[in-house]
Design a protein around this ligand. Structure first.
Ligand code: NAI
Ligand code: MG
Length: 336
């Protein structure tokens, strides 16, 4: 079997971590009789600077055909400039569930050992949609739209996942005390879904309190269900619990299409220096392998990553080691 996969290496550290990921997926697949055809596209800030095109039309077509893509981070300018290609692609393919498992790796010493939670972030609406206007040079306006459809389907995805993966609790995270209508609708919908899934315990936490709770006692959380912007922020917070952004993978999932990508960005401070940790993208690839039904390859790749961490000899600088991106990739291949 050959899987056709759309690949966006991306900006900054993207090409470095993507190279490691492709080699590892190839090796894991080979062990179990799966092959991969990579359809690679330049998109993002570097592509924009080079060709004046942010997202080539062929990239859209490729994802439409292949239905599965994996991407490195793409940089988005702060303030002005072009809008995020991530937001554009999530909207274009209606990838409404952003799923981010936050799980401690064996052997890594962190403040919180044994973390195991999953974030379900609504991925198409909220302030993150970037519906903004300058009313006049001194007044800016951002539109926050929350819908019953968007809130209900992310809640259903979270509860479905909880039931199928032995999870016990879902926390709906919101700020409905202040945004009574928008966040109010969100928790109304998540509560309705909870009432249809009473085997899973349901809680609601206000987002500022949730930040404190996550730092004081993260173990109380199992599945975190939340809106787009809170999910973005809480994801980075949660990555800090287990050792940083170099580790946490993600999947943008729609009805019949998925784009896998790490939580982290293009890390311009370490780009091109063989310093980036490819673990987050590797674990995103593990999620992709399972999505493709290549469960053996996915499990083998995950075990190989964990073996390298358990041994602790070939780790990147962000998690206290002194190996480079490439050396870490080689260690994963050796473990495979
Ligand atoms: P960032 O996630 O790129 O970096 C934050 C910090 O984490 C930096 O110190 C960086 O060196 C470190 N870091 C991130 N990934 C790492 C890895 N794999 N290994 C080791 N260290 C790692 O966030 P920042 O600097 O706020 O954003 C940079 C650019 O990335 C911006 O243009 C932003 O728009 C973009 N971005 C893109 C995302 C995507 O394409 N999915 C997601 C988040 C940000
Ligand atoms: Mg983010």
């Amino acid at each position: 079997r050959t899987h056709k996969i759309t690949l966006v290496p991306g900006d900054g550290i993207g090409p470095e971590v993507s190279a490691v990921m492709v080699a590892a997926v190839e090796a894991a697949g080979k062990k179990f009789g799966a092959a991969f055809e990579w359809h690679s596209f330049e998109a993002g800030a570097d592509a924009h600077a080079k060709n004046g095109v942010l997202i080539p039309e062929e990239l859209y077509k490729s994802i439409e055909t292949n239905k599965v893509a994996i991407k490195g981070p793409t940089a988005t300018p702060i303030g002005g400039g072009f809008s995020s290609i991530n937001v554009a692609m999530r909207k274009k393919f209606d990838l409404y569930a952003n799923v981010r498992p936050v799980k401690s790796l064996p052997g890594l010493e962190t403040k919180y050992p044994g973390i195991d939670l999953v974030i379900f972030r609504e991925n198409t609406e909220d302030l993150y949609a970037g519906l903004e206007v300058m009313v006049n040079p001194d007044i800016a306006q951002s539109l926050k739209i929350i819908t019953r459809k968007g809130s209900t389907r992310i809640a259903e995805a979270a509860f479905e996942y909880a039931k199928n993966n032995g999870r016990k609790k879902v926390h709906s995270i919101h700020k409905a005390n202040i945004m009574k209508m928008s966040d109010g609708l969100f928790i109304k919908c998540t509560k309705e879904v909870a009432e249809k899934n009473t085997e899973i315990a349901y809680f609601e936490h206000i987002v500022d309190n949730a930040c404190m709770q996550l730092v004081m006692n993260p173990y109380q959380y199992d599945v975190i269900l939340t809106e787009n912007l809170y999910g973005d922020i809480l994801s980075d917070l949660c990555s800090g619990l287990i050792g940083g952004l170099g580790l946490v993978p993600g999947a943008n999932i729609g009805k019949d299409c998925a784009i896998f990508e790490a939580v982290h960005g293009s890390a311009p401070d370490i780009a091109g220096q063989d310093k980036a940790n490819p673990t987050a993208l590797l674990q995103s690839a593990v999620m992709m392998l399972h999505y493709l039904g290549e469960n053996e390859a996915g499990t083998a790749l995950q075990s190989a990553i964990e073996k390298v961490y358990a041994e602790g000899k070939t780790l990147t600088g962000d998690v206290g080691g002194n190996a480079g991106t490439k050396a870490f990739g080689e260690a994963v291949l050796a473990a495979l």
